[in-house]
Design a protein around this ligand. Sequence first.
Ligand SMILES: Cc1ncc(COP(=O)(O)O)c(C=O)c1O
Length: 389
Amino acid sequence: MLFTAGKNDIAVAMEPQLTPLIESLPSTVPFVGPETLERKRNRPFRARLGANENGFGPAPSVISAMRDAAPDVWKYCDPENFDLKAALAAHLAITSGAVAPGTIAPGNVVVGEGVDTLLGLTVRQYVREGTPVVTSLGAYPTFNFHVAGFGGRLVTVPYRNDHEDLDALLDAVRREKAPLVYFSNPDNPMGTWHEASKIEAFIAALPETTMLILDEAYGETAPASALPAIDISRPNVLRMRTFSKAYGLAGMRCGYAIGAASQITAFDKIRNHFGMNRMVQIAALAALEDQNYLREVVARIIAGRDRIAAIAAQNGLAAIPSATNFVTIDCGRDGAYAANILNGLIERDIFVRKPMAPVLDRCIRVSVGLDEELDLFEEKLAETLAALK
Ligand SMILES: Cc1ncc(COP(=O)(O)O)c(C=O)c1O
């Protein structure tokens, strides 16, 4: 809009001024959604295998609890997430090999709109403009997005043999005196994992003033030996988990962080207290209660991983062993070749994604899906590879 203050004044464009930080940020998003691609293509995908969702969906008991809850959505959620936090604390105390069993209390848990939201809140607590933050090159991009949004300076270390390199992460933390370090175990985008003993050694060696975000979004699909016992006496570790993956509730948005009470209460100073929706509080509670369904789904996910690995092998490609609900396939050549395979699959209505950082970018990443989706993937991968010959 143009404002002219007086007869001799020059017309000046006036508009609200963004902060220099926001002005400086690129308008990129961490992920382009499949819906965006469908709109561009003007055609729906036939197999949705790119976003590490769980096509098996939530338990029937969860859907039924959500149905029952639907008429009550005129009410705001309980801003304290009281019932869900109590249920999570009780569940974790039994299942997580807590260092002192029974010590995990509701005050050690914060619930939020997915791990993604909790990552942003954590970054906000520890990062000012210019603060060094350590992560792996090519690791989960939403974390990087939040670091950029708060003006942090991202310090990255390369993967080693398709695993996050814990020694290099630690070296970078020490060198940079970084107050925050992030990695996921199991890892996205490679699906690889470290055993709990390695994670415990990393935590023991971490400076006391550095907060570790240990993202365990894929914790439920990992071998138990990959998950250290939860020790809420450590003020510099936040473990993050989600209902989006094994529990099949990605669209509902619910994640949680577990940590020392002093750190967890800090979230209350800045979180969106009414950000959770009432229905997801009920859905998450019901999902936690239905551990039989969770076990069934995890078994189906493991079978799906084996199937994707077999499809890769029958096409002369190597699947990287995975502890997640996806399989990353080494396409055996460079990033451009893997991109051609990805595009070939997308043209053939198969939604998959790929890692973008050099070396990792030789791969495509395929989420476990329904049998019929994996049938289509099998058919279209062979077609794509043949067309690229
Ligand atoms: C490592 C990792 N963390 C977090 C998330 C997102 O979790 P949520 O849906 O709880 O925000 C994902 C989703 O793909 C992920 O791969």
